[in-house]
Design a protein around this ligand. Structure first.
Ligand code: NAG
Ligand code: NAG
Ligand code: NAG
Ligand code: NAG
Ligand code: NAG
Length: 390
């Protein structure tokens, strides 16, 4: 009897939702049906894990985890583990997710990440929901908010992401991902709150997003290649950064990074490639095209001598930097030193190309200049001009 009732209500439910049309696979898995409360106070982590397990085990074409609109879900550090049965899984976040407020209420043992997706292949995370890391309590304790590790073929779009504990979004060991239409923000004064941090990942596209944080808008770390960043608005923050690479003698490998049609507003750095003294390996085949700068502190930087705490002892090794081009970079710089190419004497930087550069000083009474040490390549139509490039 109970079963019959269940089947009838299921059929009615399917009919009202136009099930066969909108959901070719199964019904969406709404976290509310797994015991979530959504009042912003009750811990909803277990409900999310149950809903995730159901979605992840669903063999249908397009299983969907649904976080409904108009509610706020409090989550402890939570893992969304794959592999899953479907390679077309959806996580639809229309409601808001918040982290516990203070250190005493953070129950997870692993404090490195808050929302952690691992080993999932083929999925989409989207919606208009807001992910609030409630970071101010956490900026000292260092947790990344939304982490994807060993994930492939996925898309993240539309989300609003605020006040992460550390990095807002981290990709580690991932392939074939598109992140688009994201809005990430944290106070300018918040430490280590990178927008998107990419490590050991390939074929990653970041499109049409807006990032304003207290650290790098985008940071690209070793093992990464085929990274395209297009239509990004960045600032405040520390700009778009490759590195730092080669810390403690590490062999770095970064190549095929293409940054295009981006705007940097009032950032502490603009386009930066930063490698530690004593490292090895390479950063190469990097292009920056059509970049607009407004009141940027240090617009173009290559620093092959990086050693912030002066504990380096004049290392001769360095990460090789080559085949880097800057084309169509224009706008204003706060510092007069608009272009700094600081390369090591022994390793140096090769085939650095600057074309159609126009960087004026934010203070109309001053000019801009460049510094250029051990860099080789060419420079054409550039203000300021760059002496050591032909
Ligand atoms: C990434 O950017 C490069 C250089 O602009 C371009 O050749 C390549 O097609 C881009 N990849 C994608 C998938 O858009
Ligand atoms: C450049 O980026 C902006 C977003 O900042 C986007 O609206 C615009 O369509 C992009 N233009 C091109 C030519 O890609
Ligand atoms: C730059 O940022 C400032 C302060 O955050 C803002 O008022 C201004 O409108 C922005 N400018 C541009 C060109 O986006
Ligand atoms: C590094 O080199 C500079 C200039 O050659 C020298 O003044 C300095 O003492 C050296 N530092 C160390 C730690 O060897
Ligand atoms: C580049 O080197 C010059 C000369 O040593 C130095 O004044 C400047 O601060 C350096 N710039 C950066 C961004 O490291």
């Amino acid at each position: 009897m109970q079963e019959l009732f269940f089947i009838i209500s299921l059929l009615m439910c399917m009919a009202t939702l136009g099930w066969s049309r909108s959901y070719p696979g199964t019904m969406p898995y709404n976290v509310m049906n797994f015991g979530a409360v959504g009042n912003g106070v009750t811990d909803d982590s277990q409900a999310f894990i149950k809903a995730w397990n159901a979605v992840c085990g669903d063999t249908s074409n397009n299983p969907t985890l649904q976080v409904p609109q108009g509610k706020t879900f409090l989550l402890q550090p939570t893992s969304f583990q794959g592999p899953c049965k479907s390679s077309n899984l959806q996580v639809q976040i229309e409601g808001n997710l918040i982290a516990p407020e203070g250190p005493s209420s953070w129950k997870g043992k692993d404090r490195r990440s808050w929302l952690y997706f691992a080993n999932v292949n083929g999925f989409t995370v989207n919606g208009n929901g807001e992910i609030d890391g409630q970071g101010s309590q956490w900026w000292k304790l260092c947790s990344d908010a939304l982490v994807f590790e060993k994930c492939t073929s996925f898309q993240v779009s539309g989300l609003k992401h605020i006040n992460s504990q550390k990095n807002h979004i981290s990709l580690d060991n991932c392939q074939d991902a598109t992140l688009s239409n994201l809005h990430i923000s944290a106070p300018e004064s918040s430490p280590n709150t990178d927008g998107i941090d990419i490590s050991a990942s390939q074929n990653i596209h970041i499109l049409n997003s807006n990032i304003a944080t207290g650290d790098d808008c985008i940071a690209i770390n070793t093992g990464s290649s085929q990274i395209n960043v297009t239509g990004l608005t960045c600032g405040p923050g520390h700009g778009i950064s490759i590195g730092s690479l080669g810390k403690q003698g590490e062999a770095a490998a970064v190549e095929e990074v293409h940054v295009k049609n981006c705007t940097l507003n009032a950032t502490q750095n603009g386009l930066r490639i930063k490698t530690w003294q004593g490292g090895s390996g390479y950063a190469r085949k990097i292009t920056f095209n059509d970049i607009t700068l407004t009141d940027v502190d240090n617009p173009i930087i290559i620093d092959q001598f990086y050693c912030p705490h002066e504990q380096c002892s004049n290392e001769t090794n360095a990460v090789k930097i080559s085949d880097v081009s800057y084309t169509g970079i224009h706008g204003t710089s706060i510092t007069q030193d608009a272009i700094a190419l600081n390369c090591s004497r022994t390793v140096g930087c090769d085939n650095i190309v600057l074309e159609h550069i126009h960087i004026a000083s934010s203070n109309s009474k001053e000019g801009t200049y460049s510094t250029c040490i051990n860099a080789h390549g060419k420079c054409d139509d550039s203000v300021p001009s760059v002496g050591c490039l032909k």
